[in-house]
Design a protein around this ligand. Sequence first.
Ligand code: NAI
Ligand code: MG
Length: 355
Amino acid sequence: MTGKTYRIAVIPGDGIGQEVIPVGQRAAEAVADVHGFAIEWQSFDWSCQRYAETGRMMPEDGIEAVKGFDAIYLGAVGWPGVPDHVSLWGLLIPLRRELDLYANVRPVRLLQGITSPLAGRGPEDIDFIVVRENVEGEYSEVGGRLYHGSDHEMASQLSIFTRRGVDRILDYAFELARKRKRRHVTSATKSNGIVHTMPYWDERFAAAAARFPDIETAQYHIDILTAHFVQHPDWFDVVVASNLFGDILSDLGPAVAGSIGIAPAANLNPTREFPSLFEPVHGSAPDIAGQGIANPIAAVWTAAMMLDHLGEGAAAAALERAMEAALADPATRTRDLGGSADTRACGEAVLRAIR
Ligand code: NAI
Ligand code: MG
């Protein structure tokens, strides 16, 4: 019973973002009711539709407009007709950079009642968290193109690994591991092929491991690591990776746990200088948008991560339990999980479980 009111900026975005985010909002409100706090939402229409109308994904002072909120809850952005790099670099990447959301955290858990595409695996085998560096690394705008259209045209792009950037994401991963049962951190590297930045990453990983002697460690090159995710998901607890490798692993992770329709993500500013941003892993799913059949569980789980970050741990845990209860019943699972429920029916099941 904290009695607090949290102010949250909501950006439903495009496609199924607009269908699943309201479900997450209602679930968060219901659990807030039970736990004695309140949520005040303010909605922003930033999206590809807005881009089509105004030429911008968000207004010029967009970042300033959300800086004062306690958190940001986002659906997905991207829609056919607007190139994906335009929608991404017009909204999500500036938010991540300017709010310094340097830790992208994606839990991967095989929930009760979900069948993994990996034969013979149960909930006890798949329970890890991918921690992705979210603001530097391979995704930098340093580089350029020359001699456009000529037969010697060229493109170059520089990876940026700073000591501050690498050390803080490694520290985040090790500290997270300390809160978990297994207390184990795996580093994703590629220091055989990428000869400057990745050996540097390995060096900093070794230094971090020395600072956390109570945490066990392992490291693999990214190529074999993807294979291990499939063949040995039970080896992993916290997996820390650069921006690109983390991006790849954090799609593969949820895939081994059943469906991208349930996968949550947090873009965290662990210093809390600025609000953190919470979004499902999935995109706007134009192939199913508008049909009311999208799985809202990723949005609900994401809302639980948001409540946890706000300090409402008990409410977050209750929301996760409600979501697991909805998933346990085949009648309230959506089609991506082999069920027949639509978005609304699945959302109602979560609300019933909360009450
Ligand atoms: P996507 O995640 O939107 O869809 C991939 C597949 O998974 C589709 O078949 C879709 O129907 C299915 N799917 C996704 N979420 C689902 C859900 N909740 N319930 C049931 N099925 C679900 O990825 P895709 O197709 O690569 O991208 C579509 C658009 O979304 C693009 O414009 C892309 O740039 C954007 N995108 C945006 C992201 C973001 O805002 N963070 C993340 C990923 C993609
Ligand atoms: Mg991705």
